[in-house]
Ligand binder design. Structure first.
Ligand SMILES: Cc1cc2nc3c(=O)[nH]c(=O)nc-3n(C[C@H](O)[C@H](O)[C@H](O)COP(=O)(O)OP(=O)(O)OC[C@H]3O[C@@H](n4cnc5c(N)ncnc54)[C@H](O)[C@@H]3O)c2cc1C
Length: 376
């Protein structure tokens, strides 16, 4: 088996604090020494990679979106993006499992329910209490999960079509639609509600199969007021999606960096003059796409050029992730098709990054970016 685990320079942004740079160095070390060497094995496994998550938790990296008083490090958005690139360049499955939990931690941290935070956030930041999320369905036109007010809380009914990491989870944050069409986000522990919660078997997936993503059906699940997280709305969700268009380029860019590593390895093994030049060109394009994304992610959002510019950057990153992985396949020849080879894994992961947190605008921008004139 070939080794693709050369240590790699992390794209540490100079604006990051010393603590954030140290967090990124720790993440890079784990990526190089633990995640990457076993990434194909992780990808093919029938269970999610508990061990990888344990190593990340022991390094304090499951607390990066939690406040300090709860044992976290509350890093900046810039640090989170660099962190995401580092992990997705190594092992998409581990990153995706972790990022759902980090999102849940962020929601607990931002909730106006301090008692819920007190109860769980310390354990969540330490990785002792893993929490999934189920609210992507709220972007769909019709309500899939409904919540009705009941004495002392809410009753939830319907289907959450995607819940990643089910066998590992202690609880899930569900997003549901109220009768007045507002959204409510609540926390529900997994075990205490065995009667009302029914998970499918893990969905058979082409990419991220080992994340054990399931469809979860809720039947009269009572959630007490003490587990309320927040109210929101379709409009607020759309605003968050719009503001986050360009920040979410980190996963495909990380995937492109993983593909670049494969290209460099191929160039070392085969004295073909075009391989180093191709790798240099890809590296320059990844850097350019990152700069363009950050320009929109960190710039003002209330200017007319923001949304079209951010969508162009997102579509570019999505397409670049797939194209870079395709380059890694081409440069690795027939071996790329082996399930032991990183090129095919990255190719499938790039496909997945095309659709996560997809909105109609992002779908349109991606398709427009991919459409060519006949003969073009
Ligand atoms: C492997 C995997 C794991 C995932 N894990 C999670 C998870 O743990 N938690 C979670 O919350 N989500 C999860 N997701 C959801 C993920 O973020 C969604 O893929 C993404 O939001 C796109 O949604 P969808 O695939 O359900 O597509 P769609 O339902 O097709 O939605 C895509 C966009 O198209 C729009 N749209 C769809 N149909 C129509 C229509 N008829 N008219 C107008 N507009 C329409 C929607 O409004 C939406 O903006 C996961 C997805 C995958 C593939």
């Amino acid at each position: 088996m070939e080794s693709y685990a050369e240590p790699e320079a992390s794209p540490v942004a100079p604006s990051l604090s010393a603590e954030e740079q140290e967090i990124l160095r720790r993440a890079q070390h784990i990526a190089d020494t633990v995640l990457l060497p076993r990434a194909e094995e992780t990808d093919r496994a029938s269970e999610p990679p508990r061990d990888n998550l344990r190593v990340l938790a022991e390094a304090g990296l499951l607390g990066i979106t939690s406040p300090r008083e709860f044992g976290g490090s509350a890093v900046s958005g810039a640090c989170q993006r660099a962190f995401t690139e580092t992990l997705t360049a190594a092992c998409g499955t581990t990153w995706f499992l972790m990022t759902q939990h980090l999102g849940a931690c962020g929601m607990f941290a931002g909730s106006q329910n301090p008692a819920l935070r007190e109860r769980h956030l310390r354990d969540m930041a330490a990785g002792r209490h893993l929490v999934g999320v189920a609210f992507g369905h709220l972007r769909r036109p019709g309500a899939m999960l409904r919540a009705d007010a009941a004495p002392g809380g809410y009753v939830l009914n319907g289907v959450a079509p995607w819940v990643t990491g089910w066998p590992l989870l202690h609880g899930v944050v569900y997003g549901a639609t109220l009768p007045d069409e507002r959204h409510v986000y609540v926390y529900a522990p997994v075990d205490e509600n065995a009667e009302a919660i029914c998970s499918s078997r893990p969905l058979p997936l082409c990419a991220m199969n080992a994340t054990a993503t399931t469809e979860v059906c809720l039947r009269n699940l009572f959630v007490p007021e003490s587990n309320w997280i927040k109210f929101s709305s379709r409009e607020e969700m759309a605003r968050g999606d719009t503001n986050g268009i360009a920040g979410a380029t980190a996963p495909p860019l990380g995937c492109a960096r993983g593909a670049l590593r494969v290209l460099r390895t191929a160039a070392e093994k085969r004295p073909l003059p075009f391989l180093p030049a191709t790798a240099d060109a890809l590296e320059a394009e990844i850097d350019a796409c990152r700069s363009e994304s950050l320009r929109w992610a960190d710039g003002p959002k209330d200017v007319p050029e923001y949304k079209p510019g951010a969508l162009r950057a997102r579509a570019w990153a999505i397409e670049l992730g797939v194209r870079a992985a395709h380059m890694a396949v081409a440069a690795s020849s027939g071996a790329a098709n082996s399930l032991d080879h990183p090129a095919q894994r990255l190719f499938r992961e790039a496909m997945f990054y095309t659709v996560i947190a997809q909105t109609q605008d992002i779908m349109a921008a991606t398709l427009s970016h991919l459409t060519r004139e006949p003969g073009g």
